[in-house]
Design a protein around this ligand. Structure first.
Ligand SMILES: O=C(O)c1ccccc1NCC(=O)[C@H](O)[C@H](O)COP(=O)(O)O
Length: 261
């Protein structure tokens, strides 16, 4: 099994267990379920910087990145830095995240929040909404076209934005459909961890204009962003580059200042 297979294997067990503990009726009754959501796609389309900053304690590829930070401090720092939105990893086993991270971030900021998760069940989309998320991530490598359609249409009914993530042409071709808001190209191969920004450049011409284009992973320089902008990218998801520092908000602020957009 590669790492993605392992994550999905564990995720199925986790979701089955959660369903027994918190029924969907309880998720739907949560106060945040009625909260009007904020569009990340619109924020990116109207931005000249396009940064989506991530909260990421550890990862399968890098092990520990930073376990010493308070998620609310990180969220407020990112918002004050002027990022367009924040990605909150909620997977516990492989990334050290939690649903509480999402809830705490939601309580601290008003910018769009992306639940960064391995979604394989509608239950997780209800959970995302109940815990204050504005956006869900769907990963083409772990979903069929039919599942992408069902989950993205379900998310749209809940007024959530959908970011669909691909890593190669085959994943992109099978995924294009009107119920997506943003198409993200992950520069990291989630099976081998190899990172190349060239993937974003190669796939850029195949992404229809109606979708906001997002480049994800391995981005650590202003030069890389300025280069990717030439390929039509409006969003840039950055995790480790900010999270490896003592003050991710300040790092994001300096990065955005250097972008000078
Ligand atoms: O980051 C990993 O090692 C990883 C491994 C397996 C599945 C997903 C993984 N990462 C999720 C992400 O897509 C990134 O956290 C995100 O794009 C930010 O990447 P980076 O700026 O390189 O931290």
């Amino acid at each position: 099994m590669n790492i993605l297979d392992k994550i999905v294997f564990d995720k199925r067990k986790e979701v089955d267990l959660k369903k027994l503990i918190i029924p969907t009726s309880q998720l739907e009754a949560s106060a945040l379920f009625e909260r009007p959501t904020v569009s990340l796609a619109k924020a990116l389309a109207n931005s000249s910087t396009g940064i989506i900053a991530e909260h990421k304690r550890r990862s399968p590829s890098k092990s520990v990145i930073n376990q010493n930070l308070n998620v609310q401090d990180v969220a407020v720092g990112y918002e004050n830095a002027g990022v367009c939105g924040m990605s909150v990893l909620t997977d516990g086993k492989y990334f050290g995240g939690s649903m509480d991270d999402l809830l705490l971030a939601r309580a601290a900021v008003s910018m769009p929040l992306l639940r960064k998760e391995f979604i394989i069940d509608e239950y997780q989309i209800l959970e995302a909404k109940a815990y204050g998320s504005d956006v869900i991530l769907l990963i083409a490598a772990i979903l069929s076209r039919e599942e992408i359609k069902i989950y993205s249409e379900f998310a749209k009914k809940l007024n959530l934005n959908v970011l669909l993530e691909v890593h190669n042409e085959e994943e992109l071709q099978k995924s294009i459909m009107p119920s997506l808001d943003m198409l993200g190209v992950n520069n990291r191969n989630l099976k081998t961890f190899e990172v190349s920004l060239e993937i974003s450049k190669i796939l850029s011409t195949l992404i229809p204009d109606e979708f906001v284009k997002v480049s994800e992973s391995g981005i650590s320089s202003v030069e890389a962003i300025n280069d990717l902008k030439n390929y039509g990218y409006k969003g840039f998801l950055i995790g480790e580059n900010f999270m490896k520092t003592d003050n991710p908000g300040k790092s994001a602020q300096q990065f955005i200042k250097a972008l000078g957009a």
